[in-house]
Design a protein around this ligand. Structure first.
Ligand SMILES: O=C(O)CCC(=O)C(=O)O
Ligand SMILES: [Fe+2]
Length: 208
């Protein structure tokens, strides 16, 4: 599915979420926006990317047997990414209007999976104790080939086999309900880049 118009795109994401709980869109944004995001990513200092962890704050730890991607949280003030955050805000308002989700804020990071990196099966948010409601991943890998690995596998809860395999191709966006879909990233055979984010509700995790 290729959608360029903003409203159509946002409606299409809402329709897929209503129907399936997730959406996978190819060539999501106009070329200049995706290019600006990739340029921003490439301009960042590679040393700024830190080994990603599991758990938050006091629970934070890294474990390369679970995930080996490197991440850098994105600053909303960066000029090149303004257009993206404007779009994210439109999506947030539309999802709230349609699903009464009470999405309050969006946090996002660039992720780099160096050759061989992966992320084992996990859920981004548990039904108790988390405030992440919607996950989004935009892939920024030009000329990604089928043999390059790094696919995202989506599972229905309790299933052994994935129901969906997404190749991290340039411009493809995946959006899904954070609490509903266990997922994993297969080992990448070359550097794999993405912009990953979460819409959160405004409930402090420690009172849940
Ligand atoms: O990059 C992807 O395809 C998914 C990443 C992911 O699951 C995460 O960062 O929580
Ligand atoms: Fe995840």
């Amino acid at each position: 599915m290729t959608v360029l118009n903003n409203e159509l795109l946002i409606d299409a994401i809402g329709d897929e979420i209503a129907l399936n709980g997730f959406a996978v869109i190819a060539d999501t944004f106009p070329a200049d926006l995706t290019e600006a995001l990739l340029n921003q990513l490439m301009a960042l200092d590679p040393d700024g990317f830190k080994l990603a962890g599991i758990g938050r704050e006091n629970d934070f730890q890294t474990d390369k047997s679970i995930r080996s991607d490197r991440i850098l949280w994105l600053d909303e003030d960066l000029l090149e990414t303004q257009q993206y955050f404007t779009w994210v805000e439109q999506l947030r308002l539309a999802l709230n209007k349609r699903f009464f989700l009470g999405l309050f804020e969006y946090e996002c990071m660039f992720a780099h999976y160096p050759e061989g990196a992966f992320y084992q099966k996990h859920v981004d948010a548990f039904k108790t104790g988390s405030n992440r409601k919607i996950s989004s991943v935009l892939y920024l890998n030009k000329d990604w080939q089928n043999g390059d690995g790094g696919e995202l596998l989506l599972y229905h809860e309790g299933d052994e086999a994935p129901f969906m395999k997404v190749s991290p191709k340039y411009g493809t966006l995946v959006v899904f309900l954070s609490e509903d879909f266990p997922h994993e990233v297969l080992p990448a055979k070359r550097s794999r880049y993405s912009l990953t984010g979460w819409f959160r509700v405004n409930t402090p995790a420690d009172v849940l």
